[in-house]
Design a binder for this molecule. Structure first.
Ligand SMILES: [Zn+2]
Length: 267
């Protein structure tokens, strides 16, 4: 069976529901779970909307049909920032967050400035984009978008500044303890592929290897997975038609080869 199809995603959601996991948005997690600490197993279904926002809308509709809530972190680059889609996803009961990349954006673009000035410009860029998103929907949470080709790490902005000053509750990398919450991601269209996930890594004591979504479904069936999980799924990798599936597969393969070369040259 082909992986990364909406059909398999539906099966994954169904097994999570049948195993009695409750789906929290990130905002709910910080407002309800952390303060009230129920013991029920939970899923933080997180989607990083890097590109192809229509794929996100499709996924959001499927989740809504199954009564599942997720958090969609949107980039604000023109091909991803589509206000109508953002609004529609929010109206389906999902949370919208900001997938920021300001330090990469400014650092890669601006030449001849000091590091201090670049950080200042990056913060201004962050504030501006946050305000633009907030004209469409309330934004309470942010998550970094990693650019594998950039020498900048956008998270480092928060060594100098504090996002909580801007009405932000969380950035998962800093506010979620991944030794307590098991984190899995499909970045690079393969599950937890450390060689490909240049920046999308978290420190964690959990050690599971999944080659296919089916392996996750099996592990859930056998009650082998922890009861607190964040799943980070990039909807752009998931297709529901044959042609689109192969198109994504070919592009991913080429991109992963390029990323591996970048990593090899860094080591
Ligand atoms: Zn991203």
């Amino acid at each position: 069976m082909k992986d990364f199809t909406l059909n398999i995603y539906k099966q994954l959601l169904q097994i999570l529901i049948s195993k009695n996991y409750i789906f929290f948005t990130v905002e709910e997690y910080f407002k309800l779970y952390v303060s009230k600490s129920p013991n029920r197993p939970f899923i933080l279904m997180r989607h990083d909307v890097d590109r192809k926002p229509n794929n996100s809308l499709r996924m959001a509709k499927l989740e809504n049909e199954l009564g599942v809530k997720a958090t969609y972190y949107f980039r604000t680059i023109p091909k991803t920032f589509k206000p109508e889609i953002i609004k529609e996803i929010a109206e389906l009961g999902h949370e919208i967050g900001y997938h920021y990349e300001n330090l990469c954006e400014i650092g890669d673009k601006v030449k001849g400035k000091s590091e201090k000035e670049i950080y200042k410009l990056a913060l201004e860029d962050f504030i501006e984009n946050l305000a633009i998103l907030r004209q469409i929907v309330p934004i309470k949470n942010i998550a970094m978008h990693g650019r594998p080709t950039s020498k900048w790490d956008s998270r480092l902005l928060w060594n100098k500044y504090n996002y909580k000053k801007y009405g932000i509750l969380s950035e998962p990398y800093f506010d979620i303890d991944f030794n307590k919450v098991f984190y899995i991601t499909d970045a690079g269209r393969s599950w937890n592929n450390e060689r490909v996930n240049l920046r999308d890594k978290v420190e964690s004591k959990f050690n599971f290897t999944f080659n296919h979504t089916e392996n996750i479904i099996q592990a859930l069936n056998q009650d082998k997975l922890p009861n607190k999980i964040m799943i980070n799924i990039h909807p752009e990798h998931w297709a529901d038609s044959q042609t689109e599936w192969y198109k994504i597969w070919v592009i991913r393969k080429a991109k992963n080869t390029v990323k591996k070369l970048i990593i090899r040259n860094k080591i």
